[in-house]
Design a protein. Structure first.
Length: 65
């Protein structure tokens, strides 16, 4: 039987040893990671809203003249 190219079993490094809480995302590092991700998402949303408002203002100025 031919070797499957899709089978990536064994590729990569060993898994990091996690505590039970860490594996469920309840560890101290998981909390910090989640907070950082939420902060990053909020910043991205703020930037997108600013761009959308800026584009709407430019469209209004263009149609008014």
């Amino acid at each position: 039987m031919a070797k499957s190219r899709n089978n990536l079993l064994g590729v990569g490094g060993q898994r990091k040893k996690l505590s039970r809480a860490g594996g469920q995302g309840n560890g101290p590092a998981g909390t910090a990671d989640r907070k950082a991700a939420v902060d990053q998402k909020q910043e991205l949303l703020r930037k997108m809203r600013e761009r959308a408002q800026g584009g709407a203002e430019q469209a209004q100025e263009g149609s008014a003249s």
